[in-house]
Design a protein around this ligand. Structure first.
Ligand code: FE2
Length: 378
């Protein structure tokens, strides 16, 4: 490992033993200094603002010792050390080949061939490794099943408390998914439901949904899940212009099915980050509102792309299908994985409970479990 400085001290280069060079700007290093005057030692929060970083900051000296890089910043004459491992894990010197619709490495898109991530209630409850693996599967695939739970009213919120918090909505802390006489939502009928994401009319939309089975003896009622990210990738491959339309213009969604509720949102069906990462899917025929943000001469092409996206979503090759038994449940990342059901009827009953939760809480629990388990293994 070698360290060198540009003539003006504005760029530090770390040359790894495999000959790969990683460059860091002086301003970036100063802003991210790890010393106790820059970062609070207890909570790690930054104590300085951007105004505390001198505009003409440069590095007057940089040396490497063992696994640390010692840097002196000018004009402050401030000495700060950075662990080499920290620099490597925070590198930003990579080729900018980002294209629209890329997926981050920690996610994996899937179709019908997915080996369903399935975990056992008691294992997840009692074993932190299993709990970590369960949460990691949800983060990676946007979906996991949990079996062997109690067929008990409210067990779904106990499940949420294993990693975070229930998100309460106008449907309550949780809601009953069963046939009702005067349903406020088509979910509360025996109709089949096209695969969809829930509540795209909220902003923000709920990021996780749990569906928990209490009874399922009716004919039909199988659940399906579809990876919206894979569907978007397919659309991009088959019709790049259509992908650009669905990700480039906002759709509109609304729900006003019960008194005192008038929810509306204006968001795209395929959402990309500013640098093109696939970050969210919103797709729900029942709550789609008139599209009013698409230029007149693009409307027909927009509809063609919408139809094609729907055909991909409806393609049986895209879906994983299963019938939940009492005590079984699944979680979907509602910003990514669509869920649907086959219609049901006849004798027998079907009773699921559903609730929403926040993905940031799940990811936070996953990250801290990962560090705790890694520390315990050392
Ligand atoms: Fe739903």
């Amino acid at each position: 490992m070698l360290v060198s400085l540009s003539k003006d001290g504005k760029i530090l280069t770390l040359k790894r033993s495999d000959d790969v060079s990683l460059r860091f700007h002086a301003i970036w290093l100063r802003d991210n200094a790890l010393d106790p005057e820059t970062r609070a030692p207890g909570n790690g929060q930054r104590l300085i603002t951007i105004h505390d970083v001198p505009q003409d900051v440069s590095i007057s000296q940089a040396t490497i010792r063992d696994d640390m890089v010692d840097v002196t910043f000018s004009p402050e004459d401030k000495a700060v050390s950075f662990p080499v491992s920290w620099l490597i894990s925070n590198t930003y010197d990579q080729s900018g080949d980002a294209h629209n619709g890329w997926l981050s490495n920690d996610k994996e898109s899937w179709d019908e061939s997915l080996q369903v991530p399935c975990f056992e209630w008691t294992h997840v409850l009692e074993n932190p490794f299993e709990r970590r693996n369960w949460l990691a599967a949800i983060a990676r695939f946007g979906f996991a099943k949990l079996t062997g739970g109690p067929a008990k009213d409210g067990a779904l919120t106990d499940q949420v408390e294993l990693f975070g918090f229930v998100r309460e909505t106008n449907y309550g802390r949780h809601f009953e998914v069963r046939t009702e006489l005067n349903p406020t939502n088509l979910a509360y009928t025996g109709l089949g439901l096209q695969a969809h994401t829930d509540n795209p009319y909220r902003d923000p939309a709920p990021t996780l949904q749990i569906l928990y089975c209490l009874e399922n003896s009716a004919e039909g009622g199988d659940s399906t899940v579809v990876d919206g990210f894979r569907a978007a990738q397919r659309l991009k491959q088959e019709n790049p212009d259509g992908f650009a339309l669905l990700s480039g213009y906002p759709a509109r969604f609304e729900y006003k099915g019960s008194a005192g509720v008038a929810l509306r949102s204006r968001r795209p069906m395929i959402e990309l980050s500013p640098d093109g990462e696939l970050i969210a899917i919103r797709f729900n025929n029942r709550s789609s509102a008139p599209f009013t943000d698409i230029p007149f001469d693009q409307m027909e092409a927009f509809y063609a792309a919408y139809r094609q996206f729907a055909s991909i979503i409806d393609d049986p090759k895209m879906a994983v299908k299963f019938k939940l038994q009492p005590g079984e449940s699944f979680i979907v990342d509602n910003t990514r994985v669509l869920h649907g059901r086959v219609g049901y009827s006849g004798s027998g009953s079907r009773w699921l409970q559903g609730c929403y939760a926040d993905k940031d809480g799940l990811l936070s629990t996953l990250a801290s479990l990962n560090s705790e388990l890694a520390a315990a293994a050392e």
